[in-house]
Design a protein around this ligand. Sequence first.
Ligand code: SF4
Length: 134
Amino acid sequence: MTVTEKVLVIQKRLCAAYGCPIPYFHELDPLSELISSLLSHRTKNKDSGRAFKQLRGRFPTWEEVRDAPLNQVQLPENFSAQEVYDNHEVLMLHGQRCCFMNNPACTRCVLLDLCPEGQWRLQNRVDAVIQSPG
Ligand code: SF4
């Protein structure tokens, strides 16, 4: 499975788990929504808002963003604004409801078979049980 295929499988599973399409949090034009969503992944609203303003300050038009060198501005290909928004939202929801920072609930995670971290955690738990003296 290629990385792109894996990303699409993750998107599909998380969308099924959390109910895509997810209604927009606010109404912007589609391109502004896309950019705002990209900037706000796993970021506090205050920080993503600042990043959005900095981007618009540096590139006042979307045409300038489009034509900027890729290492300065990266966009996913072939995703609609809704898909980008869903991606952002389901990753946030997954972090809030399952993939907790300190103790992720890997045993009930829909991504376990795709996640080396989750498999490593469960394997270590099994090893710990086997090595337990009691
Ligand atoms: S398997 Fe565990 S670490 Fe991996 S995404 Fe799921 S909850 Fe997070």
